[in-house]
Design a protein around this ligand. Sequence first.
Ligand code: DHE
Length: 570
Amino acid sequence: MSKRVATRPTWTMVSSIGAALGALVMMTGAQAQTAAAAPEMTPAEVEAGKKIYFERCAGCHGVLRKGATGKNLEPHWSKKAPDGSTQEGGTLKLGTARLEKIIGLGTEGGMVNYDDILTKEEINLMARYIQRTPDVPPEFSLKDMEASWKLLVPVAERPKSQQNKINLKNVFAITLRDAGKLALVDGDTKAIWKILDTGYAVHISRLSASGRYVYTVGRDGLVTLIDLWFAEPKTVATVKLGADARSVDTSKFKGFEDKYLIGGTYWPPQFSIMDGETLKPMKIVSTRGNTVDGDYHPEPRVASIVSSMIKPEWVVNVKETGQIMLVDYSDIKNLRTTTIESAKFLHDGGWDASKRYFLVAANASHKIAAVDTKTGKLAALVDTKKIPHPGRGANFMHPKFGPVWATGHLGDAVVTLISTPSDKAAHGKFKQYNWKVVEELKMPGAGNLFVKTHPKSSNLWADLPMNPERENAESVYVFDMKDLSKPPKKLDVAKDSGLPQTKALRRATHPEYNQAGDEVWISLWGGKTDQSAIVVYDDKTLKLKKVITDPAIVTPTGKFNVYNTQHDIY
Ligand code: DHE
């Protein structure tokens, strides 16, 4: 093993936006940390490497570079193979020239090419940087959280009733990824209502049980609480969860509406519980521990979190350990947690139609894990094609197999349909299919991220933003759920937007329905300096309805309709 420097680097945490970046790049001890055979780097190059690693690489490879969705990137690693022999590898063994090729051109294993994102010099810098011993960011305690907490408008000073005439149920919260902002768009008029500052590269937005508050979380761990009842939406509180985060959700069970918020972090590996109306920090729980294979892992990151409607519980999915935690929030002081073993590496997922089962992708195992939240047990581990990536998935009645939940795949050209149980007597005949893959719908290529439908629709929408072909990445595909034997209809979102073609791909991603379930909104995600757009289609006719574009719509990705997100409709 390469030698890690004994003294921990001195880190300074600050709580402003970009602070997480600062935290990850600001390390006075960096100069002292020279890995034995790693290529020479100046202190400025090390700082630049840290920043790029956090922004572009840590999500897949982990802060400590132990690998998850992406490969292990430690300078040197060794592991026991199934036949008992010892395998060795590492970035030092690969060397700068080979690493430059991998970073620039990508791999068949699913790593995207960075030659159109990073310059040649940056690729060379990263090839050298990842041969160094990983930089360990600081921990983040409850006291750190408290110090970062800003209550901008106390509850008593907030409106007692809605002060605007907007149909809040049809508002869309849209991530403006690289701008570090959130756009709130009126779904009825399609006008931009308000754009607010948030954390860096907001990942998801979730709604409070009442539908009044929007919560967003940035990759930098900054949670923003937005109140939709003011004349114009207003940020009423912010807090930092740590240096790197992806998920939040609220308490939705009867009697706990808008009471608590939970947030999960990639770094430090933990989840935090806050007051739902003020974000006042209440508790932090570490997720460090053993994987389902029995190995200790120092960085088990918190991936998706959802809130149960049938119990006062959150489902917390821990990526590296493959453990699914059911966290009972009825007594925060004496927190009870059920930990369910599943498979690695847990990522995103959604509820089945009955909202009793939560289905989550164990993407490196090519499986979907289903948890029965009523019994608190694993219901099934379903084998699928490579790298399932459901987003929240999609639920509908299959003409032959009854209730199914759908997931797309990053690693294969299919949309998988899994039969899910139902208590309805009329569905008894479908029981034989439960937890089986009943059909794989053919897509024109791999690289899907999100699928979506709506109870009022007979269409199933699937994107392909990670497909290397322009014509696939810039389009979405629509299956007719009444006749799944037909190939999907292709909608060329980039062309329909009417915007001039750009050199880099503009990825068409994240279909989201309006409240009525008769329109589908797609993000056309261009580069930071390109004109991007939200392209709206009529769900019945598949005809273009509206292109929402504005210089402020920078890198739009996730879109969250208030009503559908509040009620988990997908
Ligand atoms: Fe996501 C959901 C993690 C890259 C857009 N993404 C999630 C969730 C996790 C996650 C854990 C589930 C949250 C939940 O439900 O509580 N995403 C990660 C990564 O680790 C990864 C691979 C790399 C990274 O560095 O972040 C990653 N994600 C992306 C993107 O590049 C996407 C396409 C654009 C963006 O905005 O960054 C992206 N992820 C999304 C979206 C959701 C999401 C839109 C919510 C889907 C939904 O419908 O609920």
